[in-house]
Design a binder for this molecule. Structure first.
Ligand code: SAM
Length: 410
């Protein structure tokens, strides 16, 4: 019946529509695999996060650390706002989760998608190169990456191939250099004896914030139609160890979002954490500074391989969901192009099993119908840790998840 059809389309696309409205379950591995022809992502490397069962023992430990589980009684003003916001989205999230629990065929196959495929592979643990450290050191200008055929860089190298390299490989500066994959096929690159997989028609700039303006198109008609931003927000709690450097909020006001956007309009997707202080800053200062209109919250609800939420929905400091704010920049709602796309009105919910290393799920396919402008859309991810076919990725470590140990041959 219908469920079998939905399953079939999920196995192919990685997207399962749980509702006519905007509730989808996704398998990020399947979505990311769209980028590659010769490689595919290793599910075990993607889903290597461990989900402890919610046992009473764990709860006791939590209490000892003096963490209130549900909303504490003596909330300050900001916490009251946060709690009120949570109560408002609660029905939407519960309804979305109920829809997932009703999709019995999907639930049956979910543990296998996440776990048993993973168990089949026994690969070495990935030891990542530290691009952040290297890129900010005096060695950065001397770092060169060896690219196979079909890759171009910004710096035109008159010699072309350098001696000592096999046919079809060339060395280009790795940092502060725009590198684009011209090939229609995945290509491999090598840096300090580590192989990286680069998807077709992808482009990246590995640099600090200071250099992001290099990606602004000379002609604004050639700007981006989709801008995904996952900033390194400061966490506030010193206890939580940071996996990457963070920046104070006000720094993000200088991101040239409007300049990167196409003159005919762009969809902006901004990931934000659940901290009320941050949300106040985003609404009051950041969105106006960037010129974003029609801000509409979407939610990413995180589940375990058994379909249950990764944590209690009402746990005050650890919500099992994150916020994705969508909005438009430079759009004219009377223009022809805006008549053909779906407008942002209601909140959507994206459900998935989260990957390891707090990776965000891929958004391109899910947001497609909201993106103004030409097709294929021109898409950019700011603060990216991975590449996507046809996209531009900028950040201080956009090759992070391109390490070949995250991939399998087809
Ligand atoms: N969306 C990504 C994912 O799913 O893997 C995660 C992005 S993470 C929240 C933020 C990224 O911004 C980190 O890779 C961090 O190293 C990078 N970053 C921090 N400070 C930066 C700076 N000054 N310039 C460029 N990138 C920076």
């Amino acid at each position: 019946g219908l469920e079998a059809e939905l399953m079939k389309s999920f196995m192919e696309s990685g997207v399962y529509r749980l509702d006519q409205s905007d509730v989808v379950f996704i398998d990020p591995v399947r979505l990311l695999n769209d980028s590659y022809s010769r490689f595919r992502l290793s599910p075990s490397a993607y889903y290597s996060r461990h989900f402890p069962p919610s046992s009473t023992q764990k709860r006791n430990r939590k209490r000892k650390r003096n963490k209130p589980r549900h909303a504490p009684l003596n909330l300050n003003e900001r916490e009251l706002c946060a709690e009120e916001r949570h109560q408002q989205v609660r029905p939407l999230l519960l309804n979305a989760h109920r829809k997932l629990l009703e999709a019995s065929q999907l639930l049956r196959i979910l543990p296998r998608i996440v776990e048993s495929e993973a168990a089949l592979e026994c690969r070495e643990r990935v030891v990542n190169q530290n691009f952040v450290e290297l890129g900010s050191s005096w060695r950065a200008p001397f770092c060169e990456i060896a690219l196979c055929n079909g890759v171009q860089d910004e710096v035109k190298n008159p010699q072309g191939l350098r001696s000592g390299l096999s046919e079809g490989r060339k060395l280009v500066p790795l940092f502060d250099n725009i590198i684009s994959v011209e090939s229609d096929d995945d290509v491999e690159a090598e840096f300090q004896n580590v192989i990286y997989v680069l998807p077709p028609k992808s482009l990246f700039l590995m640099s600090d914030l200071r250099q992001v303006r290099k990606l602004i198109a000379g002609d604004s008609a050639e700007g981006f139609n989709l801008i995904v931003i996952d900033p390194p927000w400061e966490n506030g709690s010193a206890r939580q160890k940071a996996m990457y450097p963070t920046l104070p909020n006000r720094h993000f006001m200088y991101l040239p979002v409007k300049e990167l956007a196409q003159s005919d309009g762009a969809l902006v997707a901004l990931w934000i954490t659940n901290r009320q202080k941050l949300q106040d800053f985003v609404v009051k200062d950041l969105l106006p500074a960037w010129g974003i209109s029609h801000a509409t919250p979407f939610y990413w609800l995180k589940v375990k391989p058994d379909g249950s939420l990764i944590g209690d929905l009402d746990l005050f400091h650890h919500r099992p969901y994150e916020l994705l704010l969508l909005g438009y920049v430079n759009v004219d709602f009377n223009s022809e192009c805006m008549k053909t796309i779906k407008h942002l009105k209601e909140s959507g919910v994206i459900i998935s099993v989260p990957g390891a290393y707090s990776r965000k799920p891929p958004l391109g396919k899910l947001l497609e119908e909201y993106i103004p402008g030409q097709r294929p859309s021109r898409c950019i991810e700011l603060f990216a840790r991975e590449l996507v076919a046809g996209w531009t990725s900028w950040g201080n470590e956009p090759l992070h998840f391109q390490d070949a140990t995250y991939y399998l041959g087809k």
